[in-house]
Ligand binder design. Structure first.
Ligand code: APR
Length: 233
């Protein structure tokens, strides 16, 4: 990476696992184990049971608020300072990359620490339940995150695709690589000639695209990778 002009990184919940924020599909801690995704991260679930969805996100928001960036987040922020061009594309909604010092961060799935008025994105009022009300219009608030079936923030995917197509090294860290459109980025990078490096304890659909598949935890491997890349001075 030392000589690379452009580096891009795609991160998933695995990069925050060592900060104590549970991943979604990991066998050990997979939250989906306990809930059917349809029960939580969809507009239909929120309309059907706003109390369950709001309470699950409130619980996760408290976890995120207590979490601290780990060495993986800090290594990516360090890398951004060392290369001429760097883009951090994250599926995570925990805001930990920015808290670690990363600046060029593309949050594909929003940010759980923000709330928005549900009237802006939902076709009708949800049923009775927990969410607080919008101070402007009185509609229930919802987490400012992208639910399954919803559009990504305007421009986010375009910026992410541009970064994937123009980088020389594409890091894919802590993602199961199964949720599109983010999961298409490693192939886009590889197709444009980037060297793909995966950091994950487990193989994923990204692994066949990777020139290097580093098996282990991001909190250990990323600092070592950045140090090795720049140790020659
Ligand atoms: N370091 C690196 N990778 C790790 C670590 C770690 N310490 N711990 C777990 N992982 C890996 C797991 O092996 C798994 O491949 O992180 C990945 C987590 O995968 P998921 O739980 O599927 O999370 P993610 O890929 O981010 O999910 C994508 O799906 O539910 C939606 O919107 C949600 O953004 C999320 C999207």
């Amino acid at each position: 990476m030392r000589g690379a002009r452009g580096v891009a990184a795609l991160t998933g919940s695995g990069v925050s696992a060592e900060s104590g924020v549970p991943t979604f599909r990991d066998a050990q801690t997979g939250l989906w184990e306990r809930f059917d995704p349809e029960e939580l991260a969809t507009p239909e679930a929120f309309l059907r049971d706003p109390k369950l969805v709001w309470e699950w996100y409130s619980w996760r928001r408290e976890l995120v608020a207590r979490a601290e960036p780990n060495p993986a987040h800090r290594a990516l922020a360090d890398l951004e300072r060392r290369v001429p061009s760097f883009a951090l594309i994250t599926q995570n909604v925990d805001g930990l990359h920015r808290r670690a010092g990363s600046r060029n961060v593309i949050e594909l799935h929003g940010n759980i620490l923000r709330t928005v008025c549900s009237a802006e994105r939902l076709p009708r009022e949800p049923g009775e339940g927990a969410p607080p009300r919008c101070p402007r219009c009185g509609a229930p608030l919802r987490p400012d995150v992208v639910w399954f079936g919803e559009a990504l923030p305007p421009g986010a995917m375009e910026a992410a695709s541009e970064a994937a197509r123009s980088c020389e090294v594409f890091l894919c860290v802590g993602t199961s690589g199964v949720v599109y459109p983010a999961a298409g980025l490693p192939r886009e990078a590889a197709g444009a000639g980037a060297l793909v490096v995966e950091v994950n304890p487990e193989p994923t659909p990204v692994t066949p695209l990777a020139a290097f598949a580093l098996r282990g935890r991001a909190g250990e491997l990323l600092p070592a990778l950045v140090a090795a890349a720049f140790s020659a001075g």
